[in-house]
Each structure stands twice: as C-alpha cells, then as structure tokens.
Design a protein around this ligand. Structure first.
Ligand code: MG
Length: 385
C-alpha cells in the first residue's frame, strides 16, 4: 500500500500531538513529511527525532538549535512565511491544519488550490473565508475532511444519506468551564479558572473560546460553510457529557448522531483514513454504565458571544472575519491578564458594531477587514485605559 504523506501544521499543540499519536499506530500507512511549530522547540525536536520528516518549519529565532543537531538531513523553513509553498508541494498528500488562529488561512487556501486533502482542526480560517476556501476546493477537487469533533460528527452523519433530505444540523456544546457558574461571578474569573475545561484538554485560546461559547459560535459559522447550510439550519444544544458530538436531522424526522468517548484521536484518525475506519485502540461508550444524557437550551443572556456569532453569521460578508480578529485580540489580552473576562465580549461586540460588512468579499476584502478589526480592537483597548 502506498503510504499517505502527511504534513502536520502546528505539531506541538494538542491536535498535533494527537495526530502524531494516531500516525505512530500505523507506520505502514502514513509517513510524516512536514512538521511545523511556532515556539515549542523542545517538543518539536523530539517529534523530529521520532518521525524524521524531510522538512520542518519553525520560528526563525529558534532555528540555530535545530540546525546544529539535524544538519544536512532535514531542510528547515520559516513558519511565518513558507507554509503556503510547503503544503502545495507534490510530496504532500494530506495537510492536517492543527495550528490555531488566522495564520492558518494562507496555508489552508494554498493546500486546497493544490488539490490536497485538508483535515482542518483550525476553525478561524473557515470562519474568515470559508466560502472562498470551499469554492477553491470545488475547483481543484481538494477534499476537506474536518477534524473538529462536531464537524466530524456531522460529516460522518451525512455519509450515505442524500443531501436534499437534510433538514438541519444540531451542534452539541459541552458548555465549557462556566456552564454552572452564575453570571454574577463571571466578572472576577481569572485565567486559571477559565482554563479548566471539564471535558476536553485543549490549547489556551480555544479553551477560553469554549468558556465564552464563542467557540460554539465559530462552529456555527464553520458548519454553515463546510456543509453549505443556511444560518437557520444550524442549531446549538447544550450537552454537558460531550458524548454525542453532533446530530443531523432529516426531513422525515430521523436524527443521526455520532457518539464516542471524548478523545480527539477518533475524529483525527477518521480524517486521516477516510473513507476507511481502522482500529483506534479506543472502545465505544460503555452504555451499561452510562446512566443518562442531558440536554439544555443555551443561555444566550449568560453567554452573549453565541448570540453575537449567530447575528454575525446572518450578516455574513466580512463580518465573520471581524468577529474572529477582534476575538483573537481580546482573548490574547485576557490570557495576558490585561483584560477582564466579561470585557472579552464587550470589546468584540464593540468592534463588530463599528464594522461595515462587505458582501461577497474577495480574499483582499477579508484580509483588510481582519487587519481593521485588530487595529480597532487595540485602539479601543487603549482608549479604555
Ligand atoms: Mg469543537
């Protein structure tokens, strides 16, 4: 069997680590050809020793330490600039987009244009420019197989069914770290409080986004783009056990769901082996021990970010890019201890309200909106001090 040649962008983050874990189970099926990371050089070096990729991209400041050890055997590149070219090379079959943030947009587009299979865990790029990415994929024949657990669940639940029979999708939300905490206490939350996610172990940015439910808001927009849905066809339901990863509802009233233990290796492996399924070493949910599954309506007053994301999804155009950029700035400020938890929402909302959305945007429009939103957020932060 010809090995699938995999590029892992963001290999030292939680999705990247899990991706390499999946790959290490099947060395006869996969070959790692490219690893990239920003700052975690120690872990990156370990991964390079284990997987021996031909190419590695990282921040230039860390380059010298790696070059010394792997001189001549591995080619090194600049993560800030070379990713779009690297993913488009003929030596790559699948690109796992495990890096977070808007930086994933250019490599995503480049991989899609080159007709690669792309497995995105990153949602920022799809939120910003999902329509453009999907249109390019249709042109080139590139496959996009989502890694995000909710989108993977929808993808899996759509397999073997006719798209015209689809009524809507239901995204499940575990509710994040603050599901049961009264709103009156949200103002005094520290970074540490917010980073304790009850179900998933993830990077800091996405854990904060999960606490505000902005993550779910992004997933609404992501699902809309990935599966060509209207805003009204995407519903959100709180499901604290996080065992049903999402559901699809058909016109006859049937609902198809995907359930599994909360382990990202399942959706990652499915994206890598699609349409095959391989043994993952994980078992199904023990239904005899499972007492109940709970569901609730999301509280939009407690978590206004989700309501804002729905509004932005309806506006469309460049508004989602602005939502994403303002949120990236706000979350960074929060993580640095310079912005209160509730101010994340206030800042993002202010920037969104100031924006005049461009409909049917070009990539240039989207990038300009992104830059404008970041500048505006920073300006508002300065004014607030
Ligand atoms: Mg998710």
């Amino acid at each position: 069997m010809k090995k699938k040649r995999v590029a892992v962008l963001g290999s030292t983050g939680s999705i990247g680590i899990n991706t390499l874990d999946v790959i290490s189970r099947y060395p006869d099926r996969f070959e790692v050809v490219l690893l990239t990371a920003f700052n975690n050089v120690q872990l990156l070096m370990q991964q390079v020793r284990q997987f021996r990729p031909a190419k590695v991209a990282l921040s230039q400041v860390h380059l010298s330490s790696l070059k010394a050890e792997f001189k001549g055997r591995i080619k090194f590149f600049d993560v800030g600039k070379d990713l779009p070219d690297l993913v488009a090379e003929p030596s790559v079959d699948i690109v796992v987009l495990a890096m977070s943030g808007a930086a994933a947009l250019d490599p995503f587009l480049s991989a899609v244009r080159a007709g690669k299979t792309v497995a995105p865990a990153n949602k920022e790029a799809l939120v910003m420019a999902g329509d453009i990415i999907l249109a390019e994929a249709r042109k080139s024949g590139a496959k996009i197989i989502p890694v995000d657990s909710e989108q993977s669940a929808i993808f899996q639940s759509l397999e073997g069914h006719r798209r015209e029979d689809l009524k809507c999708v239901h995204l499940t939300a575990s509710g994040g770290a603050l599901l049961r905490l009264p709103k009156s206490q949200h103002g005094s939350l520290t970074v540490e409080d917010v980073l304790k996610h009850p179900r998933w172990k993830m990077g800091a940015k996405i854990t904060v986004d999960s606490a505000t439910l902005m993550n779910k808001g992004f997933e609404v927009i992501e699902a809309q783009r990935l599966f060509s849905l209207t805003v009204d066809q995407v519903k959100v339901v709180i499901h604290p056990e996080a065992l049903i990863h999402s559901l699809v509802e058909y016109i006859d009233g049937s609902m198809i769901a995907q359930l599994s233990v909360t382990d990202m290796r399942i959706p990652i492996q499915y994206a890598l082996t699609y349409p095959d399924r391989l043994c993952s070493g994980l078992n199904g949910i023990d239904l005899w021990k499972l007492k109940q599954l709970n569901f609730a309506v999301p509280d939009l007053r407690k978590f206004p970010s989700l309501a804002l994301a729905f509004e932005v999804a309806r506006i469309g155009g460049t508004a989602p890019a602005v939502l994403n950029a303002a949120n990236e700035v706000a979350v960074e400020e929060f993580l640095a201890g310079r912005l209160g938890f509730l101010k994340i929402y206030t800042l993002v909302e202010q920037v969104v309200l100031l924006h005049k959305s461009v409909s049917q945007p070009s990539l240039k429009d989207i990038k300009e909106a992104d830059a404008w939103a970041r500048e505006t957020a920073v300006r508002l932060l300065r004014k607030g001090k």
